[in-house]
Design a protein around this ligand. Structure first.
Ligand code: S3P
Length: 179
């Protein structure tokens, strides 16, 4: 099974992804780390030196090539990936997607001033707009987990139980995604 975690910055995709990987023994892949490794530059450096559009194209290319890999894995994506071109359709056709939901104020508290996230330096209202703009894309995920008030451990357990055969309610007319 290929599991893709999506959600806004600060929603816990990487933390939950690592826990999921540990609990399920599926390998863990972090899309941002794949990009950093391939480029030999940090995400802020790529944004600064090449601009966001370059980053998005690279992110899309890496996303597709990771999703096409043989075998099972847990992949955590950057917060902007689902909202670029038809990335969400690509994700849903090649894997099972899980949206880690958190409200904006919670996320803002976690990410504001994070120097490793170029977009986190946007002013609060701009970030809120970005969050609102992205929600409809995240909502296309096969499954949603509301992370409010839950530890990463609890979120990981919930993802596991959602993905287990016969459990949980998929978001889209019985489409639980590919197994
Ligand atoms: C981004 C989120 C980041 C990273 C880049 C852009 C975004 O990943 O891909 O800074 O557009 O939301 P995280 O969601 O892991 O912070």
């Amino acid at each position: 099974m290929k599991v893709v975690l999506i959600g806004f910055m600060g929603s816990g995709k990487s933390t939950v992804g690592k826990l999921l990987s540990k609990k399920t023994s599926l390998p863990f892949v972090d899309l941002d780390s794949v990009i950093v490794e391939r480029e030999g530059r940090t995400i802020p450096e790529i944004f600064r030196e090449e601009g966001e559009e370059f980053f998005r194209e690279l992110e899309r290319e890496m996303l597709i090539s990771e999703l096409r890999r043989e075998g099972s894995f847990v992949l955590s994506t950057g917060g902007g990936a689902p909202a670029y071109r038809n990335n969400m359709e690509v994700i849903n056709s090649l894997a099972t997607s899980v949206f880690l939901y958190a409200d904006f104020e919670t996320l803002y508290g976690r990410i504001s001033g994070d120097g490793n996230r170029p977009l986190a330096s946007l002013e609060k209202e701009k970030l809120r707009e970005l969050y609102q703009k992205r929600l409809p894309f995240y909502r296309k995920a096969h499954f949603t987990v509301d992370t409010t008030g839950k530890t990463p451990e609890e979120v990981a357990e919930e993802v596991i139980s959602l993905l287990s055969v016969g459990k949980g309610k998929p978001n889209q007319e019985g489409q639980g995604g590919q197994t």
